[in-house]
Design a binder for this molecule. Structure first.
Ligand code: ADP
Ligand code: MG
Length: 703
């Protein structure tokens, strides 16, 4: 690209950045000069003034200047050397653990030095541990004009290298007009009193001495808020653009056949809840329009989303179109398949199953039936959307447990299933409730329906936290439980280890439990088993031929066995609250009392205790999700599985949550009055999420 903006130049353009440093920077996601500017300090040091020794207190980090009084000579058996310095106000000890003889010789009494480090209380008053220090010569000024940034690093990358590089990047971009364009429309910037981009970046990298490091650190500075705002805004606009683009397409109009629907409902052993009916009506209204539906159904575990999906599918089928339901795991896909076969048994629609495990002739036959339209409904895993799968006239795509799929996958799927210039309607379902404002940001490409009611008669799951020392008691309880002809789950979790280790842990647990409980019929499922074997075990469990199912978190989503009313979760402290809530949702499906035992490793941290407490007290997925967010510190990276799939560079969903609403208003304003800002923002912040942002933009804004 000729005439590249300086901000777009590769980092190697800067002096002192060779290919080796560039490779290290790349590990931090830094490729261009602009990336460097958006790599913000994690904290700051104040070296803007020398602090008088008399004003120091333990816990402070300070720059101190003084004269060396004496250095104690290293002695046998001592691992540190003390150097005493004084200024006009007092005495301070500097303690060094690593030192060379030459170094000590330079610290002669009377020498002026400056030192920077943490203050603590030592044996002889205040001391500074292993400070950075410098010998001062006449005329030297040890102070810095701005706060000193401390950047997140990666192995082999020195703080000073990064500081120098950022300094150059700032000079390059901030001193020449247009080098780093401000994409935020001035009206929005002014409405929030935000500084301009260049100013915000220079404030954050080189904060003026009068801006306290504390203000910067707690995320309250307008400079940081501005960047977080812009980042949220860019993501929001990216998704909105994706949505508006999709809505420019045509979709088949799907109208449900009333008598087919009545027959379908009459065959169910229960009535739909009011919430299910409302959400189904919303979906039906969407599908009757000639623009594609893009709807998210949020509903707590057990709220009956599968049935809602089935009724949506019925709309497609009764209008002569195909429908496809994709689940994140084989296990879940198979379970849906069985339900759908049963529910659609009375109509004349063929229901097929497709996953990576279906091979050879069976696969060829399935593909043929989908391509020629003889099969109306297919349930499967992501294998459904491989290139080799072609549909005759796909009218509806349903994605279950969408939190398992990333934003990119969600957007990519939309390119699938186009026939004769039409795209299918899209319904996504998730059991991971997230607070409304968060949902509006993360799912801004979707319209949202909420099933906020559980089917009647459900008993809340009694939840207790039990330390792992009381494992024997828990095992005795299983024996008792099984004797009452009720079933149970034992969930093994090991999140930071490999899936293989997790599976081995489940295998070992199953063996040990079987030794202790010979009379209990124990089954095992984990992610590494063959689909057929897994399926056989699950089916046996469903039929009640097995009392205790030992499992990894593969059972997290969707598995439905009403007679299973006891769940033991090992190491619950390692999982997110929402994930635990999902797991627990496997029990409490029948109308009898049910229990969830959280078998934790003592001691629990304070937050750990609080988190398990929330789970004991609440059964509302939305409340739990909200608390889950509150209990994470602002610096903590939010697990992708928990709160969606957007990896923010600067913004923090918790720290900056008050920006979420204004960001949505700003996005509306930009779409209406400043569409020219959309592409620059999208390109700057979200790069690859949309495959072709320019093309999408042009179809939406200049069709
Ligand atoms: P989820 O929303 O977690 O996917 P499911 O769709 O698996 O929940 O439904 C959970 C259970 O509730 C299933 O056994 C389902 O048949 C049953 N169910 C769904 N709707 C109702 C209803 N209206 N009344 C009673 N049971 C229902
Ligand atoms: Mg489900």
């Amino acid at each position: 690209m000729p005439n590249r903006e300086p901000a777009q130049l590769p980092v190697t353009h800067l002096t002192g950045i060779g290919s080796q440093t560039a490779a290290r920077l790349q590990k931090l996601g830094i490729l261009t000069v602009q990336d460097l500017l958006f790599h913000l300090p994690q904290r700051y040091q104040d070296r803007t003034r020398c602090q008088p020794i008399a004003g120091l207190a333990p816990g402070m980090t300070a720059l101190v200047c003084g004269q060396v009084e004496y250095v104690d000579t290293p002695q046998r058996g001592r691992n540190s050397v003390i150097c005493r310095i004084s200024d006009s106000s007092g005495l301070l000890s500097l303690r060094f653990f690593h030192f060379s003889v030459q170094q000590l010789q330079l610290l002669k009494p009377g020498t002026q030095i400056s030192c920077f480090g943490d203050i603590r209380m030592g044996f002889n008053g205040l001391e500074m541990i292993h400070p950075e220090y410098r010998i001062l010569h006449a005329g030297d000024d040890p102070t810095e004009p701005a706060l000193t940034p401390v950047y997140p690093l990666t192995e082999g990358l020195a703080q000073t290298t990064l500081r120098k590089a950022v300094k150059q990047a700032l000079e390059l971009c901030l001193n020449s007009a247009g080098a780093l364009p401000d994409c935020l429309p001035a009206t929005i910037r002014q409405a929030h009193n935000y500084p301009e981009l260049a100013e915000a970046l220079s404030t954050l990298h080189q904060p003026p001495a009068d801006l306290s490091a504390a203000t910067l650190a707690n995320g309250e500075s307008p400079a940081l808020k501005r960047l977080a705002f812009e980042e949220f805004l860019a993501h929001h606009l990216t998704l909105l653009l994706g949505k508006r683009h999709y809505k420019t397409w045509q979709a088949p109009t799907l109208t449900v056949n009333d008598s087919a629907k009545q027959a379908f409902l009459a065959a169910l052993p229960f009535q739909l809840t009011a919430a299910q009916q409302r959400v189904i009506a919303e979906i039906e209204a969407d599908c009757r329009r000639p623009q594609p539906m893009l709807r998210l159904v949020q509903g707590d575990v057990g709220s009956g989303k599968t049935l809602v999906a089935a009724l949506a599918a019925l709309s497609a089928l009764s209008s002569g179109f195909q429908a496809a339901l994709m689940a994140p795991t084989e296990l879940l896909a198979e379970q849906h398949f069985r339900n759908f076969i049963q529910w659609f048994a009375h109509g004349d629609h063929q229901v097929l199953f497709l996953s990576g495990q279906i091979k050879g002739k069976a696969r060829a036959a399935t593909l043929d039936a989908l391509a020629d339209g003889s099969a109306g409904l297919v349930i499967g895993t992501h294998a459904l959307f491989q290139d080799s799968v072609g549909f005759h006239n796909l009218g509806l795509v349903i994605i279950d447990e969408q939190h398992r799929f990333g934003v990119q996958q969600r957007l990519a799927l939309r390119a699938k299933g186009q026939t004769a210039g039409k795209v299918p309607h899209q319904l996504v379902m998730t059991a991971t409730p997230i607070p409304r404002t968060l949902a509006m940001l993360q799912y801004s490409d979707l319209d949202i329906s909420v099933i906020d009611e559980l089917p009647p008669g459900r008993q809340p799951v009694t939840t207790s936290a039990i330390p792992s020392e009381r494992r024997a008691e828990v095992i005795a309880r299983i024996k008792h439980w099984a004797a009452q002809k009720r079933q149970a789950y034992w969930v093994c979790t090991l999140i930071e280890e490999s899936e293989q280790l997790q599976c081995e842990a489940a295998e070992n647990t199953a063996l040990l439990l079987q030794e202790t409980l010979p009379e209990v019929r124990i089954g095992l499922v984990h992610g590494r088993m063959k689909a057929a074997d897994k399926d056989a075990v699950m089916q046996a469990f469903k039929r009640g031929e097995c009392d205790l199912l030992v499992a990894t978190t593969v059972i997290e989503v969707g598995v439905d066995v009403p007679n299973a009313g006891l769940m033991i979760i090992e190491n619950p402290e390692r999982l997110g609250l929402s994930q635990l809530h999902q797991l627990r949702g496997r029990v409490g499906r029948g109308n009898r009392e049910s229990y969830c035992l959280l078998l934790y490793q003592a001691p629990l941290s304070d937050t750990g205790r609080q988190r398990l407490g929330i789970l004991r007290e609440s059964h509302d997925g939305f409340v739990i999700a909200e608390k889950d967010l509150e209990l994470r510190g602002p610096g903590e990276i939010i697990g992708n599985r928990q709160t969606g799939q957007i990896p923010f560079k600067i913004a923090d969903l918790i720290r900056d949550r008050e920006l979420l609403e204004p960001v949505q208003r700003a996005a509306q304003l930009i779409c209406r009055d400043h569409p020219e800002s959309i592409l620059p923002l999208v390109r700057r912040w979200t790069g690859g999420s949309l495959q072709n942002p320019d093309e999408l933009f042009h179809t939406v804004y200049s069709p």
